[in-house]
Ligand binder design. Structure first.
Ligand SMILES: Cc1cc2nc3c(=O)[nH]c(=O)nc-3n(C[C@H](O)[C@H](O)[C@H](O)COP(=O)(O)OP(=O)(O)OC[C@H]3O[C@@H](n4cnc5c(N)ncnc54)[C@H](O)[C@@H]3O)c2cc1C
Length: 241
């Protein structure tokens, strides 16, 4: 397979998603388009020629040659603090992609969908939610979004807006807003049994987040009887090198 080429990418807009995450919109001339769930490689080059590259999921459908990423600051990280704190509109990086052909949702798909995201693992799942809306798809989606506390919510306002056929449940692990009965805890079997689809509906399940979260959630889905080939996972472990 031919490797995609590096393309110059200019930051045209940046906005705070939370206190520690930023959504960045890049203009990438010649962008070939991508599918919901795919990611890109981002390469930074220092003045002395030193380079560092990391993977980031695309957060939604492309708008011509514009693509959006959402990046969480990893304290002391080499690449993410540059993208979230230092990079200014007009600055350039290089982007290569799209990458990945398995962790993707296609608008022509008819199976119900279960999305299970932990932390910044929401990003490629949001891309699927947005692709569904853009395509006018009526396929029912359920999103289970595990995160520490309400201040960490990405895309909070957009996910509050009515989107027929999309159900969103938040699973807080550290602190819970008033009025919710589920205690703060990590994802458990009950969460997937109550907030997901029965295995007999044969949903396509997409699980994304830190490695431990993904492994736990995928094991729970298997325990609930979901077929292994219907469980697609993406681990946001360290990348680059
Ligand atoms: C397919 C894929 C898609 C990804 N998409 C996104 C995305 O949409 N948004 C996003 O914010 N990140 C995403 N990531 C993670 C991203 O690639 C980087 O790993 C992350 O931004 C940290 O890079 P860094 O250079 O800042 O930290 P590094 O300098 O690489 O690491 C600094 C320290 O943090 C640890 N560390 C590195 N990465 C992580 C991590 N993800 N979680 C916890 N600790 C870590 C390292 O082990 C090291 O100790 C994705 C990863 C993959 C594999």
């Amino acid at each position: 397979m031919r490797r995609a080429t590096w393309r110059p990418a200019e930051l045209v807009h940046g906005s705070a998603e939370t206190a520690t995450a930023r959504t960045l919109r890049f203009r990438v001339p010649g962008w070939p388009g991508h599918l919901a769930g795919q990611h890109v490689d981002v390469r930074l080059t220092a003045e002395d020629g030193y380079t560092a590259q990391r993977s980031y999921s695309v957060a939604g459908p492309a708008d011509g040659d514009l693509i959006e990423l959402t990046v969480e600051t990893v304290p002391d990280g080499e690449v993410s603090p540059y993208l979230t704190e230092e990079m200014r509109v007009g600055d350039q990086v290089e982007i290569r992609g799209p990458v990945g052909g398995w962790f993707v949702w296609r608008p022509e798909s008819r199976a119900p969908v279960l999305l299970v995201g932990g932390g910044s693992g929401i990003v490629p799942l949001m891309s699927m939610v947005r692709a569904r809306r853009q395509a006018g798809s009526r396929v029912p989606f359920r999103l289970l979004y595990s995160l520490r506390d309400p201040d960490r919510r990405y895309y909070a306002e957009e996910l509050r807006r009515p989107d027929p056929g999309l159900d969103v449940s938040y699973l807080y692990t550290r602190s819970v807003p008033e009025g919710l009965s589920r205690p703060a805890r990590r994802i458990m079997l009950d969460d997937l049994a109550e907030g997901g689809w029965p295995a007999s509906f044969e949903p396509d399940c997409f699980v994304c987040g830190p490695t431990g979260f993904v492994e736990t959630a995928a094991d729970l889905l298997l325990a609930l009887g979901h077929a292994p080939e219907r469980i697609r996972t993406e681990r946001f472990g360290p990348t680059g090198g």
